[in-house]
Design a binder for this molecule. Structure first.
Ligand SMILES: [Zn+2]
Length: 175
């Protein structure tokens, strides 16, 4: 970012001998390109503001005065897998037709890349929401974590063999 720094030529006075300083044009400050490392606390949301003292612009009314503060407002980008609502996270997970009908287990990758086992109850329908407590976003100030909600999407089987089709017909259609 660009921030204000005391003019190295006139040391902030704006003058060289009795004339205006040629480096800063008499302002006493020059612009300086600088890198600032921001520490991001866990659990922050869009709109969260970080203030960096004296990293802002030079005052206009005063020669060589102290620069103001730099306010950085964070904007949290959307995640390709997780949708965030407050401290809770939402994701979708595909399950097979057999898992949906008979129940089973799937593995789900959490926001911190942990693999967790999720139990699928028998007769689960698409959009059924399974709640995983404490696997959502951390809350600011170490107040614990939100939950992760997994919405299941039942996948209809593809490329069935003649025999599988016949078995399904017998079992489910009753013909
Ligand atoms: Zn100067």
């Amino acid at each position: 970012m660009i921030t204000a720094a005391v003019c190295p030529q006139c040391k902030g006075t704006g003058k060289s001998n009795l004339d205006l300083c040629s480096v800063c044009g008499g302002k006493g400050t020059v612009s300086k390109r600088t890198k600032v490392v921001l520490k991001i606390k866990k659990g922050v949301e869009s709109g969260y503001e970080i203030r960096i003292p004296k990293a802002g612009r030079a005052p206009e009314s005063q020669i060589g005065g102290e620069p103001g503060d730099l306010h950085v407002i964070l904007n949290v980008l959307p995640h390709p897998v997780f949708e965030r609502r407050g401290a809770d996270l939402y994701m979708k997970a595909p399950i097979s037709f057999a898992q949906a009908a008979l129940g089973g287990e799937i593995m789900v990758k959490t926001i911190d890349s942990k693999q967790v086992k999720v139990k699928i109850p028998a007769e689960t329908q698409t959009d059924a929401r399974l709640r995983l407590r404490g696997l959502g976003m951390p809350m600011r100030g170490d107040k614990g974590r939100g939950d992760l909600y997994v919405a299941v999407v039942v996948e209809t089987p593809r490329k069935l063999t003649v025999q599988q089709k016949e078995l399904l017909r017998q079992a489910l259609v009753g013909a």
